[in-house]
Design a protein around this ligand. Structure first.
Ligand code: ADP
Ligand code: ADP
Length: 224
């Protein structure tokens, strides 16, 4: 799915990422853990093609997007990536159906079966009957289900989730992780940032970031 080779990122004189190497296979479910300020968001912004000012090489599906135009980049993001955030980022004046429809409106992919695609993901995340509700009428867990449906409606190659359970209680977190697990079993590649080691347990593999460096296991973090 993707390959990161020797990526570095600086904010002025501050080194936020250093010598990052990472490969994620098609169909993987990867968790990225690390303390606040360790560089997790900086890394997933690069993986999500939201930040192009880094050193080193990032290949998504064997392609390098380092020098393409912003326009082209936002199209690639829309067609190939799905994003889930801690705070859901739903449009408050749109209902559930309309929120999920958004990526399809902007997509350049051929879509004759829009309604079918939307109904299919609504079913998948367990929101049948809520189509007409506004986000404010839903619980946090239900809002995150809407965000997940929106992230996958376009059948992206990769879903990037930044602390998807960070605003949820532990029972609701488990329900949301069950949805991610099912998605992954259906073949979706997932990269998830989390603080919560119980949440990370749902992933197939966990890597750790500390002070802008990536480690494959917790022991090597502690030794350094
Ligand atoms: P931005 O504000 O867009 O994030 P930065 O301040 O992070 O930009 O980066 C400033 C410049 O430093 C950019 O042109 C970027 O290409 C370069 N740069 C970013 N990361 C590194 C790095 N690890 N080593 C050297 N130069 C870098
Ligand atoms: P995390 O997601 O693990 O909390 P971040 O990737 O947000 O960490 O931040 C890594 C480090 O880079 C932190 O020390 C943070 O203060 C710094 N940083 C993040 N964004 C910027 C920015 N735009 N300008 C300067 N420093 C930044």
């Amino acid at each position: 799915m993707l390959k990161v080779t020797n990526i570095g990122k600086a904010y002025g004189k501050f080194t936020a990422l250093e010598n990052i190497n990472l490969e994620v296979a098609d169909g993987e479910f990867l968790a990225i853990m690390g303390p606040s300020g360790s560089g997790k968001s900086t890394l997933i912004n690069i993986l999500g093609l939201l930040d192009q000012s880094y050193t080193g090489e990032y290949l998504l599906k064997n392609k390098n997007y380092k020098t393409v135009s912003d326009n082209f980049l936002s199209r690639i993001r829309g067609d190939q990536l799905g994003f889930v955030f801690q705070n859901f980022k739903l449009l408050t004046t749109y209902n559930v159906y309309e929120n999920i429809e958004i990526p399809l409106i902007y997509s350049k992919k051929e879509q004759n079966n829009k309604r079918e695609l939307i109904e299919d993901v609504i079913e998948k995340v367990g929101l049948k009957g809520k189509e007409k509700n506004r986000p404010s009428e839903l619980s946090g867990g239900q809002q995150q289900r809407v965000a997940i449906a929106r992230a996958i409606v376009n059948h992206p190659n990769l879903v990037i989730a930044d602390e998807p359970t960070g605003a949820l209680d532990s029972k609701t977190s488990k329900e949301i992780m069950d949805i991610f697990t099912k998605l992954n079993q259906d073949g979706t590649t997932i990269i998830m940032v989390t603080h919560d080691s119980e949440v990370a347990e749902y992933a197939m593999r966990t890597v750790y970031i500390r002070d802008g460096r990536l480690y494959n296991d917790e022991k090597s973090v502690k030794k350094s």
